[in-house]
Design a binder for this molecule. Structure first.
Ligand code: ZN
Length: 277
């Protein structure tokens, strides 16, 4: 992280060292034995399910934090970073292809689940992550110089996204989507470095052509324009096509792999590429 001064860098290293992961499913399943489900009573089932969940949450009050408890359902095809536990969460729902495939080569898995894991790790070091230290305590562990350097970098990121017109008259809100855009940029750059550091496959140029399509496949989506406009105003993530293309366009390795040249749709001159690590 180019913006961190030595003291903050030491805390960042501690944050990585202390980071843990929840993968797949919880060690102890939630007990739904007390929840009564009746046939042909959808509304009643909904009410009882809500009450059951409320009672579960209320019972946690005043007790020590259970660090093993899961906030997500293992079925969810999603992932998140929890700053207070300094923990990434990868439920079983996000582990099948195209994110991860045990039979695929390293390039595809680093481009898929690797970039997603790196995205979640990156949230520990964005503007939200700056508010929580390596033990999950809410305190600003960045100096004024760290914030200033981060602001200088993110001002460029905000401006680049603000300039993107997704549909006629509808633009990305660069400031609103900044933490997610930073995590996307950091995630791809970090996963790329991790893959390149593999002694065998990472050095071979042949696999790079599979790394980037695996990354892009995560963002396959189909939406009506109306939905896209709605999400531009309410979703802290950029539209999927931008999440696929924009981070790749900032990466030297992408341009080297595909030999992009001026005039190509995804070409960005080397001096204009946003480098975050
Ligand atoms: Zn995110």
């Amino acid at each position: 992280m180019a913006w961190l001064t030595p003291a903050a860098r030491a805390e960042a290293a501690a944050k990585v060292a202390r980071m843990t992961a929840k993968v797949g499913y919880p060690a102890a399943w939630r007990d739904y034995g007390a929840l009564e489900i009746r046939r042909a009573d959808a509304l009643g089932n909904r009410d009882r399910a809500r009450r059951h969940e409320w009672l579960r949450l209320a019972a946690l009050s005043g007790k020590p934090v259970d660090r093993q408890a899961w906030a997500m359902s293992p079925l969810e095809p999603n992932a998140f970073y929890d700053p207070m536990l300094n923990q990434i969460n990868l439920p079983a729902g996000i582990l099948p292809a195209p994110f991860f495939d045990a039979k695929a080569d390293d390039a595809a898995n680093y481009g898929g689940i690797g970039t997603l894991i790196a995205h979640e790790i990156s949230h520990a070091f964005d503007s939200n992550g700056a508010q929580f230290d390596s033990r999950g305590v809410q305190r600003d562990w960045w100096s004024a110089a760290d914030h200033a350097a981060f602001d200088a970098l993110t001002t460029q990121v905000v401006a680049r996204f603000d300039a993107i017109e997704v549909l006629p008259g509808a633009r990305v809100n660069g400031k609103f989507t900044l933490p997610e855009n930073m995590a996307d940029l950091m995630g791809l750059q970090l996963a790329w470095r991790a893959w390149r550091s593999l002694p065998e496959t990472g050095q071979a140029s042949g696999g790079a052509e599979r790394f980037f399509p695996a990354y892009a496949q995560q963002w396959a989506a189909k939406r009506r324009d109306e939905r896209t406009r709605q999400l531009l105003a309410s979703d802290p993530h950029a539209p999927p096509s931008l999440r696929a293309n924009f981070p790749a366009m900032q990466l030297d390795g992408f341009h080297e792999t595909f030999g992009t040249r001026e005039g190509d749709a995804m070409f960005v001159p080397a001096q204009d590429r946003l480098r975050v690590w």
